[in-house]
Design a protein around this ligand. Sequence first.
Ligand code: IMP
Ligand code: MG
Length: 183
Amino acid sequence: MENLLYNDIERVLITEKELADKVKELGEAISKDYRDEKVLMVCILRGSIVFFSDLIRSINADIVIDTMSVSSYGAGSATTGKVRIIKDLDSDIMNMNVIIVEDIIDSGNTMNNLTNMLSTRKPKSLKIVSLLDKPSRREVEIEGDYVGFTIPDEFVVGYGLDYAERYRGLKDICVLAPRIYKK
Ligand code: IMP
Ligand code: MG
C-alpha cells in the first residue's frame, strides 16, 4: 500500500490478483466464442483502458481494436441520464462482430443508449463485456454478455476507474472513502 492515494481508500474490494484471474477467465470465454471469427474490441474511454489492455492480451482470437469516448457523468459521482458521444469509432462496424469493453454498468443508461445507437450501423453481432456490474442501481433493462464481478452499491475507483479523473492508476478496485466525495 505504498501509493499515497490509498489514504483516500476505505477498503480494497477486488485485489490485483483477483482481477488478473477474472480477466483471464473472461478472455478464455471470449476466445472460445469467437474462435473462428474476426472481432472488433471497442475500448470505452477512459475507464476501460486498463481492463481493455489486459483483456485483449488474454484473448486468443483474430481481434482488431478501436476506441470510443462517451459520457454520462460529469466530474462528480451522480448520473445525468443521457449519453454523449465525445469520440466516435474510427471503424465501420457494418457486418463486424463487435464487443464493447466497459468498466462498469451502473444505471445501465450508457450501455443501453450506446448499444441502441451502434445497432443502427448493422454490425454482424454486438456484445458487451463489463468488468463490473452494479445491478442494484439499474434504471433500464440491460445486462453485460460477459461480466467480471457483481458489486454492491458503493463508489469504486482504481484499475482504470476514476473519481473526478483521479485514482485510475491504483492496481486494485477500491471503495473510495465517502469523505472524499462528500467534501
Ligand atoms: P451508467 O450509465 O449509469 O451505467 O454509468 C456507467 C458509467 O458511470 C461507467 O462507465 C463509469 O464511467 C461510471 N461509473 C458508474 N459507477 C462508477 C463507480 O463506482 N466508480 C467509477 N465510475 C463509475
Ligand atoms: Mg465509463
